[in-house]
Ligand binder design. Structure first.
Ligand code: NAP
Length: 464
């Protein structure tokens, strides 16, 4: 039998997940000189591109332009797309193990972390993931209802996701009208009564996780003032030392300038607050009605970080009817794939999946499922390439799984047919893409997304 990776017997790789990390792994494999490779990319949705479609905010179309690169990749003859095929539902990991030399899990972090405070279960308490998925028309989240009739909304956490949520809540919806925002979200935001948006950082401005570009964009939202209190910018010694980081310094300088310009005259406000932790969501009639905060002091934690510690001083934000926790994402276990419960991601050592203290031959992980929910889209390029280096080293060292692999290209389509699973091919996604663009044009928008899988499938069967 020929060695995998040769023209007679290409290396067969399954990539599970068609977001940036999975596609950058495919790209790195295809760019490997002298390697003959055949890659099948699976996605649980009929639509590709993961968070680029379902996570990037609709007013950040420049970021979404990266799709052109991904599209080229998915059109390469060495790659096939199997949309609407979910690992653990339509295929078992063992089905992949029997058909591919190597498997790359690029499944991201689909869930979120909880705050673990009283009242988190109340109506009006959501994860940022739910809100982001909702305005982006993600089928998992399209049926949420956010009661935007309240006066104020609070977002817990000060990362870039929190900034996206704050901006979408405060922005003039007409600015979003021409984007690919889901129509249900646009209509709801148009009727929104939210006048105050609170961004709540448990630590100080120097420890904020947002990037300078994002906070500056928030300060430029047309119809809302960004408000920062000067006394929340007073730094302790450890935070002052943190200003040696260029991004932290940029954030701090910007916040200082915002504090100096005062509260402004716009009737909508975005309050960026620091050194405060929510301790209770206060309910009325089963719904969030206010948010109780405790002020924090910062102290070094002995491990080189600065930690927030409650001071026993409390305040209540009245009129808060919506609370979005934006405190980080968490992976969801895939049946049959080793999962590190504590870290909330696939158990791995530098991208090699591990179980029982050693690597699982032929199984790899990239993206948030590998390193946790950090980094921007571009971070994945080098990170996925690093995992691919490990895959190539294992191939060279003969560390492929010791099992027979049915590498025939028709093997997977046949298996899916036998299970009555109808995958959506890339050409079919392109049909959906065309319909979305055409429907968008009718409404003067970039794109009108399908937001239900059934609607996508019936559009495909109607179109032949
Ligand atoms: P993130 O950057 O990790 O931020 C999480 C925030 O939650 C931090 O401020 C963290 O504060 C806070 N937090 C965690 N636990 C908390 C708790 N129990 N109580 C209060 N606050 C808590 O995560 P993210 O915003 O979800 O973003 C994920 C990744 O996607 C990031 O790498 C981000 O840059 C990227 N992203 C980028 C863009 C963009 O470039 N436009 C847009 C969206 C997302 P501590 O620091 O104190 O832990």
């Amino acid at each position: 039998m020929s060695v995998p990776g040769t023209p007679e017997r290409p290396l067969c790789v399954a990539v599970v997940g068609s977001g940036p990390s999975g596609l950058y792994a495919a790209d790195a494999l295809m760019k490997t000189a002298g390697l003959a490779v055949r890659i099948d990319v699976f996605d649980r949705l009929p639509t590709p591109y993961g968070l680029v479609r379902g996570g990037v905010a609709p007013d950040h179309q420049n970021i979404k332009a990266v799709v052109a690169v991904y599209e080229k990749l998915l059109m390469d003859p060495r790659v096939r797309f199997f949309g609407n095929v979910k690992l653990g539902r339509d295929l078992a990991v063992d089905d992949l193990r029997a058909r591919y030399d190597q498997i790359v899990y690029a499944v991201g972090c689909e869930s979120d972390r909880k705050m673990g405070i009283p009242g988190e279960h109340l109506a009006g308490s959501f994860s940022a993931t739910e809100f982001v998925g909702w305005y982006n028309g993600h089928p998992d989240h399209r049926d949420h209802t956010f009661d935007l009739s309240c006066e104020a909304a609070a977002i817990v956490g000060v990362g870039n996701v929190a900034i996206d949520v704050a901006r979408i809540l405060a922005q003039d919806p007409e600015i979003l009208a021409k984007t690919d925002i889901a129509s249900h979200a646009f209509e709801a935001l148009r009727r929104s009564n939210v006048k105050r948006v609170y961004l709540l950082g448990r630590r100080g401005p120097v420890q904020a996780a947002f990037s300078p570009k994002e906070i500056e964009e928030l300060g430029e939202v047309q119809r809302a003032d960004l408000v920062v209190a000067e006394d929340e910018l007073i730094l302790d010694a450890a935070s002052k030392a943190g200003l040696s980081d260029a991004e932290c310094k940029k954030n701090f300088d910007y916040l200082t300038a915002v504090a100096a310009r005062g509260a402004g005259r716009k009737d909508r406000k975005i309050f960026a607050r620091f050194c405060v932790s929510p301790v209770e969501l206060i309910g009325a009639n089963g719904k969030v009605a206010a948010l109780k905060l405790e002020r924090n002091a910062l102290e070094p934690d002995g491990a080189g970080r600065v930690a927030a510690k409650g001071t026993g001083k409390f305040e209540t934000l009245e009129g808060v009817g919506l609370v979005f926790r934006s405190v980080g994402y968490r992976g969801v276990p895939t049946p049959g794939v080793p999962f590190d419960e504590k870290a909330g991601r696939i158990a791995n050592d530098a991208g090699r999946v591990v179980a029982g203290g050693g690597p699982v031959a032929g199984e790899y992980v990239v993206g948030w499922a590998k390193r946790g929910p950090s980094g921007r889209i571009g971070t994945n390029k080098a990170d996925s390439a690093a995992t691919v280096q490990g895959m190539l080293a294992d191939l060279k060292d003969g560390k492929l799984p010791a099992r027979a692999v049915d590498a025939a290209p028709e093997s997977t389509p046949k298996l899916l047919a036998s299970k009555d699973v109808k995958p959506v091919a890339f050409a079919q996604w392109k049909k959906l893409d065309k319909i979305e663009l055409a429907n968008g044009a009718l409404k003067g928008k970039i794109r009108e997304k399908f937001t239900r899988v059934e609607e996508m499938l019936s559009a495909l069967s109607a179109g032949g």
